[in-house]
Design a protein around this ligand. Sequence first.
Ligand SMILES: [Ca+2]
Ligand SMILES: [Ca+2]
Ligand SMILES: [Ca+2]
Length: 468
Amino acid sequence: MRTGPAILKSLTGFIICGFFLAINITTSADIIYVSTCGNDSWSGTDPCCQAPDGPKATIQAALDAAADYDTVIIAAGTYTGTGNRDIDASGRSITIRSADPNNLDIVADTIIDCQGTQSNNHRAFLCATEQKTNFTLAGLTIINNYSNGGVCYSINEFDTGSTVAIDKCVFKYSTGSAVYLMSIYSHNGWEVSVSNCTFQNNVAAAGAAIYLWGGALIKNCLFSGNVSTADSDMAGGGAIFGWNTGAGFLPVIKNCTFTGNQAVRGGAMAFAKAACVYLWNCILWNDKATNVGNEAYFSSFLGPPVCTVEYCDVKGGESGIYISYINWVEGNIDADPCFDLPGYWMDDPCNPGQEIWMEGDYHLFPFSPCIDVADPSYIPDPCETDIDGQPRILYDRMDIGADEVFPIAGDTEPDEDVDLADLAVFAGHILSDCDAPLWCDNCDADRSGKVTIEDFAHFSAHFLKGAQ
Ligand SMILES: [Ca+2]
Ligand SMILES: [Ca+2]
Ligand SMILES: [Ca+2]
């Protein structure tokens, strides 16, 4: 039994971590503010909307006023029109973020609406090609891109030390890939990262969420309801499409959740000329391909692909992935991940014979089979979180997918362990009627409205988790 609430210890660590990050942000560079109440003639150094130093009105004006390694902070609001789309950040080493990327409500309320259409294409950030840069985008919601790359970036072999990081962003309603990344000559790809992001309801010919050249690290992200339309051996992937360029340029996709994505080939993802792709601790569930590879497709075009799958939950197991050769390593499961509210396919009333995805909530249920079965050797990066900003490892092991569950079934107090104290709480609720949001202190694990023997089975399955 633990002597104190371990979750508090975990969260305290994150608060301290965030505190030092905040210090780093405020002391290492100047800040230029942007607000919907701003004015581009003001200097942008004061967040309060008043002359002469109040915030800029447009993100482009803030970028133009910033020096390398400055931070542009965008206040909550919806940003549209010239200066707030097709933003040219080329070659700039800069961080562009919302007021608090760790606050999901602020992220949801800090919106770049590209307002792109078929006849009037617009993206959020212009492609920057072959520029040395350290570019970070954090905590923004980007919608209605209509271009190949709502956020578009490229780094090359001469750009040693360059980084592109997209963190805690939400991408929705993009036509054309929401993110287009070219890291064709980057060194093993880890300079390019997409983390803690949500991609939903984007459409493209290939890779509606991310179109990738070369390597990248994609982690703790959710991909749902993304659709790619091209019917080709060199396209596909409802969420991700990638070209791999050779050994050393490894796309690593870890702790991501894919569900309800659709393509002709590779419902969740497709790769062509696949030198190597590494899927680690991911959920690929209920994605759909109209031709082949419901979950993933690895084309043999231009060379035999290799894919390593380790500690993943894949619908259909190996048969859910189309590939000529696969490293199907230990720890993989084929089990319903038990989402809080599973999405589902239904007939598209506008296109008979087609199906569309009805979105759900992809947090894991407190007794999901994905709980505590990810790679036990995994060591999170400092300050790494799940997609909710919760600690990346809770209880005994990390969970498969983007979500780390707290509390799990049986942890009724809850304090990150399941022990005799939890049993006492459970006993007090047996046969009680329950309702949201507390569900009898989480004793009604299956949310049936009553604490029953089925709930006790879930309690028993988790007994002593986190308590040793
Ligand atoms: Ca866990
Ligand atoms: Ca979580
Ligand atoms: Ca407990």
